[in-house]
Design a protein around this ligand. Structure first.
Ligand code: DX5
Ligand code: ZN
Length: 213
């Protein structure tokens, strides 16, 4: 299982320290939650802060856009050379065009599905994306409770991925911890995002990442 800690639960007064801590703990990606106060009822960070995250990180960035006007935000973040940019299918009129745009910028395209969105909604995008992100909470905040129906969605998505693009990764985001990660693995999930579990772990960040692995 690949681990992408979300810096949403970091101490933003010590952001570079908290990015270094997850990299030292041997995470696989640094998950960056970008919220615009429109698509979701929360507002987070823009390219000025994410540039500081990129400079502190020794791991590739996984940028999760929770915004309206995806194309504008892709242009804002592309110069930071993230590994992935994911956008919400619910918010995009031209998803295939956006996937092509992200790819043309040298970034791996990913598409995100809210908890109510069936995997079939991205069936005809699967050949062209490198990852599908399934939300296991309603997007907007860290520290929410895991929604177990994501397991069935992951199982269904895995079947579609095997048909259209076996190299495409499945990522799950929200409420992931050491109690539910095995069920995600069993459902075919490749990457998990974990924010509060990693940053609020009583034993420490490295221990939290190791326990998920
Ligand atoms: C929610 C974000 C998540 C969140 C995960 O909108 O996309 O990445 O930070 O936090 P936890 O792991 O605390 O649910
Ligand atoms: Zn996220």
């Amino acid at each position: 299982m690949l681990i992408a800690p979300s810096i949403l639960s970091a101490d933003f007064g010590h952001l570079s320290r908290d990015v270094e801590a997850i990299c030292d703990g041997d995470c696989d990606f640094v998950h960056v939650d970008v919220m615009d106060g429109h698509f979701v009822p929360n507002l987070t960070i823009g390219p000025v802060v994410v540039d500081a995250v990129a400079k502190a990180s020794t791991k590739p960035l996984d940028i999760h856009l929770m915004v309206e006007n995806n194309s504008f935000f892709v242009d804002l973040f592309a110069p930071l050379r993230p590994e992935f940019i994911s956008f919400h299918i619910e918010e995009e009129k031209h998803p295939h065009r956006l996937v092509q745009k992200i790819r043309s910028l040298g970034i791996r395209p990913a598409v995100t599905l809210n908890p109510h969105t069936p995997p079939q909604a991205v069936e005809y995008l699967l050949a062209d994306v490198d990852m599908v992100l399934l939300m296991s909470v309603n997007p907007g905040f860290g520290g929410q409770k895991f929604i177990p129906s994501v397991l069935q969605r992951a199982t269904e998505l895995k079947k579609l991925i095997n048909k259209y693009n076996p190299n495409c990764l499945i990522e799950v985001d929200g409420g992931v911890n050491d109690q539910n990660i095995q069920s995600l693995k069993d459902a075919g999930v490749d990457v998990v995002v974990a924010g509060s579990y990693v940053y609020k772990h009583p034993v420490g960040i490295s221990h939290a990442i190791a326990s998920l692995k």
